[in-house]
Design a protein around this ligand. Structure first.
Ligand code: IMP
Length: 195
């Protein structure tokens, strides 16, 4: 199976969640000279489907694509579909996190709610398609905390655990995260596609 991403963080979580299905999982970074496509959709769903459809045809293999991001209440849902490039095209996670902290300067804890969203699309070369979603609510912290995970994880506080997402192990994150929830559903769908 192809996972249509170059994100090391996403791949790690996807591999862990799909363990035991007997699938060989390849990422785009495992190949040389792979054609890139633009993520110009207006929603996570459009982008996930676009990536999964394109690469399932390109490789002739079952393909999974994840489109995800952070929606912050006080920023009317931003960075949303722009999460990866919030501080500009090619921005690092740290640059994106710093921009988020700047944009939220002066916002009190009670108004710092937000959530991660993830849409996963799976498309087979013979044209079968499925979509699963997952979300995870939390609060945006005042400073980065934790070294695990990726992206906005060090700023994303899970009040129930009194920890940021970047303080959770891979297994713990997959149990409660937007991506973990979507992957649990997609695991069943992949079984049906393969079976
Ligand atoms: P995509 O590759 O266009 O789907 O962009 C996803 C972006 O959303 C990532 O680059 C991160 O900035 C953010 N993001 C998505 N999922 C997570 C997560 O699990 N933790 C932290 N940041 C995430």
């Amino acid at each position: 199976m192809i996972v249509a991403t170059r994100s090391k963080g996403k791949i790690r979580e996807i591999r862990e969640a799909l363990k035991g299905l007997g699938l060989r999982i390849y990422a785009l970074s495992d190949f040389l000279d792979v054609l890139e496509i633009e993520e110009d959709g207006k929603s996570f769903t459009e982008n996930a489907l676009k990536k999964a459809r394109f690469y399932s045809r390109y490789f002739g293999k079952l393909t999974l694509a994840d489109d995800s991001g952070l929606e912050v209440d006080s920023l009317k849902g931003l960075p949303g579909i722009y999460s990866a490039r919030y501080a500009g095209e090619g921005a690092s996670s740290q640059e994106n996190n710093q921009k988020l902290l700047r944009e939220m300067q002066g916002v009190p804890l009670s108004k710092r709610g937000g959530g991660f969203k993830c849409i996963i699309a799976v498309v087979s070369p013979d044209g079968r398609e499925a979509i699963a979603e997952g979300s995870c609510k939390g609060r945006i912290g005042f400073r980065e905390k934790g070294k695990k995970g990726f992206g906005y994880d060090p700023l994303f506080i899970l009040p129930k655990y009194r920890k940021t997402m970047a303080e959770l192990s891979l297994k713990e994150k997959n149990k409660i995260s937007h991506r973990g929830k979507a992957l649990k559903k997609i695991r069943k769908i992949i079984k049906a596609f393969e079976g």
